[in-house]
Design a protein around this ligand. Structure first.
Ligand SMILES: C[S@@+](CC[C@H](N)C(=O)[O-])C[C@H]1O[C@@H](n2cnc3c(N)ncnc32)[C@H](O)[C@@H]1O
Length: 195
């Protein structure tokens, strides 16, 4: 499955409303520069821009980002969209007040590089916020990647994000209703961590 193909649907496949975990917790993100990872059609980036953040969003799907740019325009907010594979993207050093990762299920080698990149990229005091599927999600069949290797876990996050202090690191089963592709009871890991 190619992401461009999935996003070529007319509708926003993950909806235009932001992720529920982000809505509940965005206030933990310090005001300033926020990086949204694998942001697809832009719902979370647009929401954060509406809250007054300076938002940069990266994704490897040009089709997804075109929809994201339209959503930002329709909502009258500015977001910097970067079309790039996260394997090539340099998160920099002490650059971001917050990094947001919502269902950013990237291939394992990309993830292995990305997690330490998040630690380096955050400013001291910067906050990382993530919600992602865990292997148990395969039992639900309500969205998410088809393979365990694309999933996150507390263990993966704990070791990959070494250097951050976890304010929250929990597995949870919750009802998700975020577009046609994420719909129903789901098994996720939620993270709020501070550098
Ligand atoms: C499940 S979607 C989540 C989209 C968005 N974060 C949301 O919650 O609506 C996963 C996203 O990961 C992106 N992606 C997958 N592999 C990637 C990579 N190597 N580099 C950048 N983006 C990638 C896809 O293009 C897709 O937009």
């Amino acid at each position: 499955m190619s992401w461009d193909k999935r996003y070529s649907a007319k509708h926003y496949v993950y909806g235009t409303d932001p992720n529920g975990f982000l809505v509940e917790n965005f206030a933990r993100l310090p005001k300033g520069k926020i990086l949204c990872l694998a942001e697809g059609e832009g719902r979370n980036a647009v929401f954060l821009a509406q809250q007054g953040y300076h938002v940069t969003a990266v994704d490897s799907s040009a089709v997804g980002l075109a929809k994201a740019a339209k959503l930002a325009q329709d909502q009258g907010v500015d977001v910097e969209f970067i079309h790039m594979d996260l394997n090539e993207f340099d998160l920099g050093s002490n650059e971001w007040d917050g990094i947001v990762s919502i269902f950013a299920h990237v291939p394992e080698p990309v993830r292995q590089k990305l997690l330490p990149g998040i630690v380096a990229g955050l400013k001291p005091g910067g906050v990382f916020l993530q919600e992602a599927y865990i292997p148990k999600q395969l039992e639900y069949n309500t969205g998410g990647p088809p393979t365990v290797s694309l999933m996150y876990s507390k263990e993966i996050l704990q070791s990959g994000l070494e250097g951050l202090t976890f304010e929250r690191l929990q597995d949870l089963e919750r009802e998700i209703d975020e577009g046609t592709r994420h719909s129903g009871m789901a098994a996720v890991v939620q993270v709020i961590a501070i550098k």
